[in-house]
Design a protein around this ligand. Sequence first.
Ligand code: NAD
Length: 246
Amino acid sequence: MDLDGKIAIVTGAGSGIGSAIALDLARNGAHVAIVDLKAEAANAICAEIVKMGRRSLAVSANVANFADAQAMVAKVVQEFGRVDILVNNAGVNRDAVIWKMTEAQWDESVDINLKGCFNYIRAVAPLFKEQNSGKIVNVTSINGMRGKFGQANYSAAKAGIIGLTKTVARELAKSNVNCNAVAPGLIETDMMKALPEEAKQKAMSEILLGRMGAPQEVAWLVTFLSSEKSRHITGEVIKIDGGQYI
Ligand code: NAD
């Protein structure tokens, strides 16, 4: 995929799917700025990108913070001159059944998973309009498409990302911006390590291909959606789940 010289921002790129995405974009030629709550993890990925001969910067911030998103994007523009690709990947689980879910669990999940996407899209949208180009890829989940026991907050936030993706695709199409979402099924990351064994086995039994996905496999799809090879795709939600959803 030819992303030579493109400037990308990836949120939650300190580990898991986000780090695989940041590294894959860099492997394909992009300079990549990363945001993560965990400064050390973000710095480590940043160093790997630089080792590949690309430019990178790491910012430690909470994607739920509107002002921090504005500042992060401004910093990227100051350092790199523009932004071409935004990948909204940062996400968390705050699981509880609905009759036990606390207000804090609801708010944190929606603020990070959904408002985090809004914050970064809102920060890049004026730039994308002005330069008449841009790629946005949001990471949702198959659980945002079908609901999931114990994840009312997460499923609602991830479903919200789908509405956000389609609306932004409509609003920025005239500015030559593509906005799509990827919906992973069970992918082997730290997030999955927190899943109770029984829930993991149940999810595994649904996967037609018989195994969890790898972060790299999601990254390949995101790189494609960040490239010109996908220029006629917008407003789409593409499942990447080994057949878990059907
Ligand atoms: P992960 O926990 O391995 O990585 C998430 C990263 O995001 C971490 O580095 C974390 O520090 C960072 N992060 C968390 N909250 C943040 C915040 N408020 N601000 C900035 N950074 C923050 O998780 P993952 O499995 O790699 O998940 C990545 C994305 O993929 C998430 O949006 C998740 O919902 C989605 N997803 C994952 C799976 C899966 O099976 N792993 C399935 C479907 C969707």
